[in-house]
Design a protein around this ligand. Structure first.
Ligand SMILES: [Zn+2]
Length: 243
């Protein structure tokens, strides 16, 4: 399994960083977790066959996590008609927005090739290659929904926190279990508070993305590398890791 970071920024783009877009590539296909930037040009730059994309999973409907999704769905409708993937959304209004836009553009709304589902907590996807379990976070207040994802494939387990509460009260307990990688956000709290949570983290690799006040927070993260048991990384757009 390979993780490629196409977008590592938080609410807005920064130099070298577009909004959150994490690509998990496996032997049998690729899967996106959030799509805050235009993903199809990035796949093309990597000579990656867009038809190999099997699924897109959205942690929550904030712009910095979905801004590229409409474009990706549209290219599957008007340009790449062999694409076949699922779009997994945390709220029905996200589905309604995509459907409305496609209809406004007078394009066919594909339900066979592009399969939409609105998920809640629990196991939400298993195509025999990759399994996704959604865990609710408190980043958004009800009735809005926000989630993190446990991703399992090829014998590996990674956890993507999505955006979490500023108190870190919803920092995932699963980080205390054996994980091959933990991908956590770094925007809604101080780095010192994150390190307190990472003390008990058993993940082999810890990757911190979605960071605000980068000039201050990234050096603080890198200086604290020895405070965690796993390898700590602060990926930038284009970085990839073999898991
Ligand atoms: Zn965000």
């Amino acid at each position: 399994m390979k993780i490629k970071f196409y977008g590592t920024s938080h609410g807005g783009s920064e130099m070298g960083r577009e909004c959150q877009c994490i690509f998990v590539d496996t032997e049998k296909g690729g899967y996106f977790f959030d799509m805050g930037c235009l993903a199809s040009p990035k796949l093309k730059n990597d000579s990656y066959d867009v038809n190999k994309v099997k699924g897109i999973f959205v942690t929550h409907l904030d712009r910095d996590h979905i801004a590229g999704l409409l474009d990706f769905v549209m290219i599957s409708t008007i340009r790449h008609k062999d694409m076949n993937f699922s779009v997994n959304l945390p709220e029905k209004r996200g589905f309604d927005a995509i459907k409305s836009y496609i209809e406004i553009m007078n394009e066919p709304f594909e339900k066979e090739r592009i399969r939409y589902s609105v998920f809640t907590e629990g196991e939400i996807f298993d195509d025999g290659n990759l399994k996704v379990t959604a865990v609710k976070t408190d980043h958004l207040a009800e009735p809005k929904k926000s989630y993190g994802f446990l991703v399992e494939a090829e014998g590996k387990r990674i956890y993507i926190t999505g955006d979490i509460h500023h108190t870190l009260k919803d920092f995932p307990n699963i980080a205390k279990e054996a994980l091959d990688a933990l991908i956590t956000e770094g925007a809604h709290f101080e780095i010192s508070a994150l390190f307190e949570k990472l003390k008990d983290c058993k993940a082999k690799k810890i990757m911190v993305v979605h960071i605000n006040r980068q000039d201050e927070k990234i050096p603080e993260l890198l200086e604290g590398k020895d405070r965690v048991s796993g390898e700590l990384y602060v990926p930038i757009d284009g970085d990839e890791y073999e898991i």
